[in-house]
Write a protein that binds this ligand. Structure first.
Ligand SMILES: NC(=O)c1ccc[n+]([C@@H]2O[C@H](COP(=O)([O-])OP(=O)(O)OC[C@H]3O[C@@H](n4cnc5c(N)ncnc54)[C@H](O)[C@@H]3O)[C@@H](O)[C@H]2O)c1
Length: 253
């Protein structure tokens, strides 16, 4: 019989921990016995998350960071490692839709740049900040939240879709740079998941996106968290550069 959690005692950095998917992943990792540095721009949300954690006291350490600022990202990694020690894993859940609902001809390039900074540039900065240390220690698990939008492109979501496609390509490239290092880097591409982000869609967008999911429902953050917890565990050891599907049958590739 197998009962011990393979990530018990390990240290994870979870960004976007203040809401939705990142919040549930933080709680799931802590429930499995991990120490979690919980990063977000929303200080109040992560402080509440840490103080209300009943599953495992002192397991969640809140750190405020702004992912539009490179130094802030790098400092958050230092702060996390100073508190709980070297990182075993990272789950990057920071992401924004940005202004959306219009065709590209009406897209403001400054708005595109902002989505790029939050969604893609930060993912590169964060990966750079952790991967050399992980490779030197010969172990690490990096997981970035991409999206089905990055695989298929969704209309009226150009900035979001393009930056999520960038994450998928970044993970493929980096996976091939560190194949024998003990570090894996993967992405996950969910379709619509129940969260504050998906709740912000217009009714028309929601109907369109939901109609494309063969299972006919939104995914649950807990479903994302369970898959994420396995991907960042030692058990997921022969997969790197890959984008895991979580789309209720929408993407079968
Ligand atoms: N919800 C979905 O349907 C869905 C589907 C596919 C992929 N995703 C991806 O999953 C991830 C999490 O999504 P979610 O639904 O939980 O979103 P969410 O909006 O509920 O949470 C995003 C978190 O990121 C934080 N954040 C935003 N800008 C930041 C910044 N500049 N610096 C630091 N933190 C910042 C927010 O404060 C928030 O806590 C995102 O990358 C998203 O693109 C979500």
């Amino acid at each position: 019989m197998k009962s011990a959690s393979p990530i018990a005692g390990q240290h994870f950095y979870v960004s976007g921990a203040g809401s939705g998917i990142g919040r549930v992943i933080t709680l799931e990792l802590a429930a499995r016995g991990a120490k979690v540095s919980a990063i977000d721009i929303n200080t109040q949300a992560i402080n509440e998350l840490a103080s209300n954690d009943s599953t495992s006291k002192d397991s969640i350490y809140p750190i405020t960071a702004d992912f539009t600022n490179d130094d802030s990202i790098i400092q958050s990694v230092h702060q996390a490692e100073k508190h709980f020690g070297p990182l075993h894993g990272l789950v990057n859940c920071v992401g924004i839709l940005g202004k959306n609902g219009m065709k590209i001809e009406d897209l403001e390039i400054d708005d595109f740049d902002f989505v790029y900074r939050v969604n893609l540039r930060s993912a590169v900065v964060l990966t750079k900040a952790v991967i050399a240390g992980m490779a030197a220690r010969k172990y690490g698990r990096i997981l970035h939240l991409a999206s089905i939008s990055g695989k298929e492109g969704n209309p009226f979501l150009v900035a979001y879709s393009a930056t999520k496609a960038g994450i998928i390509a970044m993970v493929k490239s980096v996976g091939k740079e560190y194949p024998d290092s003990g570090v894996t880097i993967n992405a996950m591409a969910p379709a619509l998941i129940e969260s504050p982000m998906s709740a912000s869609f217009s009714e028309a967008q929601m109907t369109l996106l939901k109609s494309r999911i063969p299972m006919g429902r939104l995914g649950k953050p807990e479903e994302v968290a369970n898959l994420a917890a396995w991907i960042v565990s030692p058990e997921c050891s022969f997969t790197t550069g890959f984008t895991f599907d979580l789309s209720g049958g929408r993407a079968t590739y």
